[in-house]
Design a protein around this ligand. Structure first.
Ligand code: NAP
Length: 298
């Protein structure tokens, strides 16, 4: 069998961003620049890298992105106060809190203070509830990005068996729900697996579409893959690579070299799901700006 088609996240992210240009221009003509407020607490290196990537992407699209950098010892009251201030700041259509937060802050309580209509991540209970009910709302960025990858690669989902490994609130649960929905890029028969699943490889071998969101480097090998399956690798894992300049490299949850001869299509890491997440954050911010305009017009 020939090697799997590479699902190019960078290319598809660019297409999705281009498709937003008209919507952004329409808002700008009305004096509205979609804006995102990011709260970044502490000095976790990876979080700083992610936030600067987000800022750069927003600026490239001529959108507003402002980062509120706070020390690691910020109190819960100060965090909540900042969120309330951003809730009422009309420049921002979306608010994002870069996770993880330092241990002394209660993540869920802090997130709960963000107004539902500023949920840029699509991860608040109201947005997740709407998603499960098939109602319109901001969708969680990474899972929404995965749907876009499938759509732009011409991969049919209807009637397919999708197996999702991972049940996190940010990836596993929402992508399983989205693939289940009775609509375009849905209509899958979905199986969700996790660390307590028995006969994991045998279940995965039944998948037409396999989603790996585990957080374990190169965990999924050829024994998990049915011939011709589509493989979406969400994992981003840092592994030692002493011969490289950085001393490490990023690998997915899938052993790419082992799987590419069996799968029909596969996302690389990096360059697959990753570029889509920031793109869908832009998408959500534009969507939230449009929603606010709609409410004002009604
Ligand atoms: P998470 O919250 O740690 O969840 C991992 C899931 O994998 C859990 O449900 C866990 O099961 C399951 N799991 C762990 N070991 C397993 C095993 N041996 N067999 C079967 N299932 C197993 O991780 P996450 O936030 O979903 O992220 C997953 C990966 O995606 C990470 O590498 C993360 O960095 C990456 N990620 C990438 C993006 C992106 O934009 N590219 C965005 C988000 C996440 P239990 O529930 O039973 O513990």
């Amino acid at each position: 069998m020939s090697p799997a088609k590479i699902i190019d996240g960078k290319l598809i992210a660019e297409k999705v961003r281009e498709s937003l240009r008209d919507r952004i221009n329409r808002l700008k003509k009305m004096g509205i620049t979609p804006g995102l407020a990011v709260i970044l607490v502490g000095d976790d290196h990876a979080s700083h890298v992610y936030v600067s990537m987000k800022e750069k992407a927003f600026h490239q699209m001529d959108l507003l992105s402002e980062t509120f950098r706070k020390p690691a010892n910020i109190s819960q009251e100060e965090m909540v106060g900042l969120i309330h201030q951003l809730n009422t700041d009309n420049r921002f259509h979306g608010i994002l809190i870069q996770l993880p937060l330092p241990k002394h802050l209660d993540e869920q309580t802090v997130l709960d203070h963000i107004d539902d209509d500023k949920d840029a991540d699509g991860l608040l209970p109201a947005s997740m509830g709407k998603m499960v009910l098939g109602m319109e709302g901001p969708l969680p960025c990474t899972p929404h990005g995965m749907l876009m990858l499938l759509k732009h690669s011409g991969i049919e989902t209807s009637g397919k068996h999708a197996v999702v490994i991972g049940r996190s609130n940010i990836v596993g649960k929402p992508i399983a729900n989205l693939l289940l929905q009775k609509r375009e890029m849905g209509d899958c028969t979905v199986t969700i697996c996790h660390s307590r699943t028995k006969n994991l490889a045998a279940i995965c071998q039944q998948a037409d579409i396999l989603i790996a969101a585990i957080g374990k480097p190169e965990f999924v090998d050829r024994n998990f893959i049915k011939k011709g399956a589509v493989v979406i690798d969400v994992g981003v894992n840092r592994v030692d690579a002493p011969n490289t300049k950085k001393g490490y490299k990023l690998v997915g949850d899938v052993n790419y070299a082992d799987v590419e001869q069996i799968a029909s299509a596969i996302t690389p890491v990096p360059g697959g799901v990753g570029p889509m997440t920031i793109t869908m954050l832009i998408y959500n911010t534009v969507y939230l700006a449009e929603q606010r305009l709609k409410t004002m017009e009604d």
